[in-house]
Design a protein around this ligand. Structure first.
Ligand code: CAO
Length: 418
């Protein structure tokens, strides 16, 4: 394993808050970038104080999205603060922000101004909607993006309302898209010597993950039905993609099925997939050998109109097995399946701990806390996750690095610019 990290030497001004931007810069910090989080003095990122579990201590909302960063408290609306930000822009590689529309311009740092200060700087930006979109002026949070990007209209059950996912498709997903854009622009800069503006809207990032639902709209427009949805063949289709409950999104029917204990445990379920070519092992696993060659069951097409009867038969088989016991049997038959895991089970999962996907890190005031580590694994490096910084913890250190002396720094504290 190498000690140096690929992004060592890349300096990032992290002007982000809440989740979409911080998730992006946190990822880059894990991979070696020097991420300087610029925060308003006194309050900082709003998530420091949102949903606190320990009075007066940075909330987990903040600590879990801001590890491996340095914190500079800076009031960028004061002349001193603006000067510091200008210096930082001149000496950095990337500026990432996810302010509301127009906020950076109002602060005096338009894209034109940024280019004047440092033509090599990459300006990465998250907004709710893309530039020029008829909703470009809207402020956006997670669930708003899920609704605007097509996730909500296609999630949930057909007899219920549009439903948002528990996964942060609008926030962290946009941050991950932006990280790809930043790395691409860094490689591009090696060829051109120039920075560029990289923008990713939350609506676009959600839509990108809803690609298969757009596929379904186009199929529906042409064919009038979608054979893998529960509405087929007995239900009705309108002219828009319906909500398909827990149906599989591809050509393999699947469903969430009850296991032993479902009456009291909200997560005593598995996801079961009926892979077309795996029909024989499925029948063997379920002890239904008579289905293997039965023309009423042996093809995906023949099974389609009785798919829920088949799922009911599988549930009957599952009723005396826990989700873990069921998966242990089904895995021997190569059936794509998994237990429905709760956050509590994931937090305690031994394999996730061993791989570094769940880690425990130190925080100066909180003590040890659990967080989610890098989901990306490398053969030649293992990112070390460190705790999130306190508000302004690195202010003096960063200012010193920018060339300010002790008196100047003291004056800035006096003027409440930092
Ligand atoms: N010093 C001085 N002022 C600062 C500052 C600093 N260090 N950091 C931020 N500010 C100011 C900004 O200049 C801006 O001021 P003005 O509105 O007067 O120009 C203000 O703080 C921040 O405004 P905002 O619109 O970003 O914040 P908000 O709480 O009203 O809205 C949000 C939050 C998330 C809805 C909005 O930022 C947004 O739509 N962002 C883009 C989409 C996005 O990323 N959303 C996901 C967030 S995660 O769920």
């Amino acid at each position: 394993m190498s000690n140096s990290l690929p992004l060592d030497g890349v300096r990032i001004i992290d002007f982000t808050h809440v989740q979409a931007g911080p998730a992006c810069t946190q990822l880059l910090a894990w991979f070696g970038a020097d991420v300087i989080k610029v925060e308003r003095p006194g309050s900082g990122d709003v998530t420091r104080s949102q949903l606190r579990d320990i009075p007066g201590v940075d909330a987990l909302y903040f600590t879990m999205l801001n590890s491996n960063k340095r914190s500079l408290s800076l009031n960028t609306k004061t002349p001193e603060g603006k000067e510091v930000l200008e210096k930082l822009i001149k000496e950095s590689d990337v500026l990432v922000e996810n302010f509301g529309p127009g906020a950076l311009d109002r602060m005096g740092f338009s894209w034109e101004r940024i280019q004047e200060l440092n033509p090599k700087l990459i300006h990465a930006s998250v907004k709710g909607f893309s530039d020029g979109h008829h909703y470009e002026d809207l402020k956006v949070y997670e669930n708003v993006a899920q609704c605007a990007g097509g996730a909500a209209s296609t999630t949930g059950f057909w007899d219920g309302p549009p439903t948002v996912s528990g996964a942060a498709l609008g926030d962290s997903n946009t941050g991950m898209h932006l990280a790809i854009g930043i790395l691409t622009a860094l490689i591009g800069r090696e060829k051109t010597g120039k920075g560029q503006k990289v923008a990713c809207s939350m609506q676009d990032a959600v839509l990108n993950l809803c690609r298969v639902k757009m596929r379904d709209q186009l199929r529906l427009d042409r064919v009038g039905h979608l054979e893998e949805y529960p509405q087929y063949p007995h239900g009705e289709f309108s002219d828009v993609v319906p909500r398909g409950g827990n149906a599989g999104g591809g050509g393999q029917p699947g469903w969430v099925l009850k296991c032993k204990g479902w009456e009291t445990d909200p997560n005593a379920y598995i996801y079961f997939t009926i892979q077309g070519h795996a029909w024989e092992p499925i029948c063997r696993a379920l002890d239904k050998p008579e289905w293997i060659d039965d023309p009423e069951y042996m093809t995906a097409e023949a099974r389609q109109d009785k798919i829920f009867d088949i799922f009911a038969t599988i549930e009957d088989w599952l009723k005396d097995k826990t989700k873990f016991e069921a998966v242990d049997i089904l895995r021997k038959f190569d059936i794509p399946c998994a237990p429905v895991l709760s956050m509590k089970e994931l937090a305690a999962d031994k394999s996730l701990r061993e791989s570094g996907s769940i880690v425990e890190v130190e925080h100066k005031e909180r003590g040890t806390y659990l967080t989610i580590g890098s989901p990306i694994k490398f053969s030649d490096m293992k990112p070390v996750i460190t705790g999130s910084p306190l508000l302004g913890e690195h202010t003096d250190e960063v200012l010193t690095g920018l060339g300010y002396n002790r008196e100047q720094i003291a004056a800035m504290h006096e003027a409440k610019a930092v």
